[in-house]
Write a protein that binds this ligand. Sequence first.
Ligand code: GLU
Length: 271
Amino acid sequence: MKVRQIGAALAATALALTASACGSSGGAGGGGDTMKVGIKFDQPGLGLKVGSDYKGLDVDVAKYVAKELGKTPEFIQAPSAQRETLLSTGQVTLIFATYSITDKRKESVSFAGPYFIAGQDLLVRADNSDITGPDSLAGKKLCSVTGSTSAQKIKDKVPGVNLQEFGTYSECVAALDAGTIDALTTDNTILAGFAAQEQYKGKLKVVGNTFSEERYGVGLKKGDKALCEQVNAALKKMVDSGEWQKAVDANLGPAGFKPGAGNPPAADACS
Ligand code: GLU
């Protein structure tokens, strides 16, 4: 290569470097002004894809936090069983997907928050009167989702339970409505959202007897303490400004869901 060519190549490299440096000046997370954010696509009131739009409490909290971080969220579907992988492989930067903080999950990811506290419950057909809680599930067909705390907890609590595990809660709801299962178990927030959907109104009911505490965290790459602290600061601002309450009322209110004790929660320390 001649000296002049080398000079041109160096200049091109310098330009490219400047361009990429400008592109990542948008704040936390790097990689330009958009940030890949994992949410659920099929959970009414929480994370729901409606055409090209996204709705729900998780979506509103995600939008608020992303804005505080100087980013525009690009929403990616994060099914329960894929959340840890999506984060550890960098396919998403943050996850807001009814994602309970647990010690087991903390082995592979970190959490900001919590930003909401829910509890595990049961959804049954409206005419069902014999399922009243985990103690009345003998001989019943139950549904939950692979990789959820809900499936794990019911197996621990009711050994030998007849549990079918699907990839999403909407598949369980369809099976419940069709009569192929007797109950669906997961967080009361999710169950209330389904029960209030137009096509299930009057056909399904939440039992209303919670048996766990689900602390919804914001999933992020394990050990990214700086990002965790930025997210916690944004969450605090959302609560202090009244925007958290507005988002809760707008998204969970239509289903008649009232947040239980401990809401809004204060965030844990980042580690
Ligand atoms: N909050 C529970 C969990 O993180 C159940 C809901 C879900 O699967 O997203 O596993």
